[in-house]
Structures are given as structure tokens and as C-alpha cells.
Design a protein around this ligand. Structure first.
Ligand code: IMP
Ligand code: MG
Length: 184
């Protein structure tokens, strides 16, 4: 996509920053309650989860370790590839620990499935999932989202960490990118 194209793209506000903030507080309260007295490792999936995770962990009132994985499931198009590969693994030893995977959006479910299996193979005592957004209309893998922020329609959404072709991540609110309906 050229710069000229990106300038012409139309963004429609979907979720405002104040609604996001309330939702992050709700999720953090629930997670803090559920993990009280446990040894939690929060594993964010880069790059999309970076803003959500930064806000969420600062609202938790339990001790935790933070780590990240980078996986690739998306190229520079709006279609999810079915092959997920690990590009950068975490360094924390999760053996015997309770792990919470933090993801920006669950679409087909392939990315989250891959990361959850990876963490189980590393000997995590438990693996749960927290996602900012869920796009259930396009699901291909049966995934359980234990902590969910928003269910979004079948639109391509950007902002608050979510990108299109690495753009728009910095926006404080969440928008639908018009003219880019997701297709398979
Ligand atoms: P899945 O493997 O199909 O579930 O895809 C999940 C990944 O695709 C997420 O980590 C996002 O990075 C990306 N993704 C899916 N839908 C969107 C969207 O609407 N906006 C931005 N990224 C998306
Ligand atoms: Mg992502």
C-alpha cells in the first residue's frame, strides 16, 4: 500500500479511549481476583498487544512477570495466513507457572492456538487467554477466551496497538478501516 493510498483510507470510530479504559479496568480486576496468591507470567503477543498489555499490567494488583513472543501470521494484507511461525521466543522459564497470554484480537484463532500449545509444551501449569477483541465471525480454530474486552464485527480494526500494514497502532481509540472488509 502506498502512502497516497493510506491517506485516502477512511477510519470510523468504533471504541473510544474512555470505553477502552473502563474495559481494561474491568479485565484487570477480574484477573487480579482469579490469580490472587499465584505466580503469574503474562505473555504478550507482539506487536499488536503492546499497548493493551502495558495498560492492563499496570492495573493488576498481583505480582507478575512479563514476557513477549513475536509470531507471524499476517503479512501486509488483511487476510490471515494459516501458517503461524515463532519469530522471537520469550526468555522466561514458564515451567510449572500459571501463564496468561495477552493478545490484541482473535480472528481465525490460529495465532492464539499456536501460542497456547507452545506454552503448554514448555510445561506451563496453566494457560489462559486474555484478548482485547474477538472477531468470532471468522473463527477456524476452537479457542477459549477467558478474559475478553470487546466483540467486534467482521471489519478490519486499527488503533490501540492494532495495525494495518504496521500503520495506525499509535491511535488511542479503536477504528474500523473502511474499504478493507476482511475476506478469505
Ligand atoms: P488469527 O490467527 O487469524 O486469529 O489472527 C490474529 C492476528 O491477526 C492478530 O494477532 C492480529 O495481529 C491480526 N488481526 C486479525 N484481525 C485484525 C484486525 O481487524 N485488525 C488488525 N489486526 C488483525
Ligand atoms: Mg497480532
Amino acid at each position: 500500500m502506498t502512502y497516497e493510498h493510506s491517506r485516502r483510507q477512511h477510519l470510523t470510530l468504533l471504541i473510544s479511549r474512555s470505553v477502552i479504559e473502563e474495559t481494561v479496568m474491568r479485565l484487570a480486576a477480574q484477573i487480579s481476583e482469579d490469580y490472587r496468591g499465584k505466580e503469574l507470567v503474562a505473555v504478550g503477543i507482539l506487536k499488536g498487544a503492546f499497548i493493551f498489555m502495558a495498560d492492563l499490567v499496570r492495573r493488576l494488583d498481583i505480582p507478575l512477570e512479563v514476557d513477549f513472543v513475536t509470531v507471524s501470521s499476517y503479512g501486509s494484507c488483511t487476510e490471515s495466513s494459516r501458517t503461524v511461525t515463532m519469530r522471537h521466543d520469550m526468555t522466561t522459564d514458564v515451567n510449572g507457572k500459571d501463564v496468561l497470554v495477552i493478545e490484541d484480537i482473535v480472528d481465525s484463532g490460529h495465532t492464539v492456538c499456536f501460542v497456547v500449545e507452545h506454552l503448554k509444551a514448555r510445561g506451563a501449569a496453566s494457560v489462559r487467554m486474555c484478548a482485547l477483541a474477538d472477531k468470532p465471525s471468522r473463527r477456524e480454530q476452537d479457542v477459549r477466551i477467558d478474559y475478553l474486552g470487546f466483540t467486534v464485527p467482521d471489519k478490519f480494526v486499527v488503533g490501540y496497538g492494532l495495525d494495518f500494514d504496521n500503520k495506525f497502532r499509535y491511535l488511542p481509540d479503536i477504528y474500523a478501516l473502511e474499504g478493507h472488509a476482511t475476506q478469505r
